[in-house]
Write a protein that binds this ligand. Structure first.
Ligand code: HEC
Length: 217
């Protein structure tokens, strides 16, 4: 083979390329755990958080979500619910718990939207207990505007939405406190106007009748 200028040029280019490739390979040998040359380091090192421990992100300690909160502490912006899930808690909520959100058209609209998303399939659009799922339940939900539910106080409505009742599940985990209170306003709208006077007048003759019966005995 005759050595001319062109062959020397091609050979030296191939030689240079091989040298560069060797350089990269040697570079990778330095540290077995090293990914080599990092063109975009962020993509190799994501700030993944250790599940059961502390991690550090940009020098700050991060506490993993798997840790239980320290006893007695309350998460920022979270108001714990004071009434226990017992008969006494239900009764107390009915007596003392009041809606912190003022009634307005906007609140009612939001309540209606939440009701459509979370409740209508059981309770029905008018709260009659005739939702598609509700009618299939062994005991369908009571109509909001009749019987004991008609005069259910706001505290008890909130308590039942929070903990659930009978076949109705707990809604505290899917609805914020604020959302539950907005729903209370909407449920009260479906209850219709309060019938305190009517309830009293129906009670009165009942009591009178009992007394009459007692006398005749
Ligand atoms: C799975 C069907 C179901 C869903 C969903 C449901 N409920 Fe109920 N709800 C019931 C049943 C059944 C009862 C009757 C419970 C009982 O008295 O045993 C009830 C009872 C109630 C009561 C009366 C509680 C009391 O103290 O007597 C209220 C108020 C109420 N639901 C509101 C809601 C609201 C608001 C939602 C949506 C966030 C909702 N429910 C979602 C089935 C459901």
């Amino acid at each position: 083979m005759k050595l001319n200028y062109n062959t020397i040029k091609t050979a030296s280019i191939i030689g240079l390329v091989l040298l560069i490739i060797c350089g990269f390979m040697l570079n990778g040998k330095k540290d077995e755990n090293s990914p080599g040359v990092e063109f975009m380091p962020d993509m190799y090192r994501s700030p993944s958080i250790e599940v059961y421990g502390t991690s550090s992100l940009n020098g700050d300690e991060i506490y993993s979500s798997q840790f239980l909160p320290v006893k007695g502490t309350i998460a920022r912006g979270h108001m714990p619910y004071a009434y226990p899930n017992t008969d006494a808690g239900y009764a107390d909520a009915g007596l003392y718990l009041k809606n912190p959100i003022a009634l307005s058209d906007k609140v009612l609209k939001e309540g209606e939207k939440l009701f459509t998303q979370n409740c209508v399939h059981c309770h029905g659009a008018t709260g009659a207990g005739d939702g598609k799922v509700g009618v299939k339940l062994p005991g369908p939900p009571p109509a909001y505007n009749s019987g004991a539910t008609k005069n259910l106080p706001e505290g008890k409505i909130f308590h039942s939405i929070t903990y659930g009742k009978g076949l109705m599940g707990n809604h505290a985990s899917i609805l914020s406190t604020e959302e539950r209170w907005k729903l209370v306003h909407y449920v009260q709208k479906l209850q219709g106007p309060a019938v305190v006077a009517a309830a009293d007048s129906t009670k009165a003759p009942a009591v009178a009748e009992v007394k009459k019966e007692e006398k005749t005995k």
